[in-house]
Design a protein around this ligand. Structure first.
Ligand SMILES: [Zn+2]
Length: 64
């Protein structure tokens, strides 16, 4: 079940660091769909949001 669909989230906010950090649990890599459980639509939005957040240095490219 896609948690973004559950929350009826239409827009994933790249400024929401909490959501961004959940999306990159392992060494800054974006969580694949099979682990995140997000549907195709929301996974795509999530990926876009994470990339935007990285450019703005809200989240790291690589974490240790
Ligand atoms: Zn969804």
């Amino acid at each position: 079940m896609c948690r973004f669909c559950v929350d009826k989230t239409d827009y994933i906010d790249y400024k929401d660091v909490r959501v961004m950090m959940m999306a990159i649990p392992e060494r800054g890599k974006i969580q694949p769909r099979r682990l995140s459980g997000a549907c195709a639509k929301h996974q795509r939005k999530l990926t876009t949001a994470v990339k935007r957040a990285r450019q703005l240095a809200l989240i790291p490219y690589v974490t240790d």
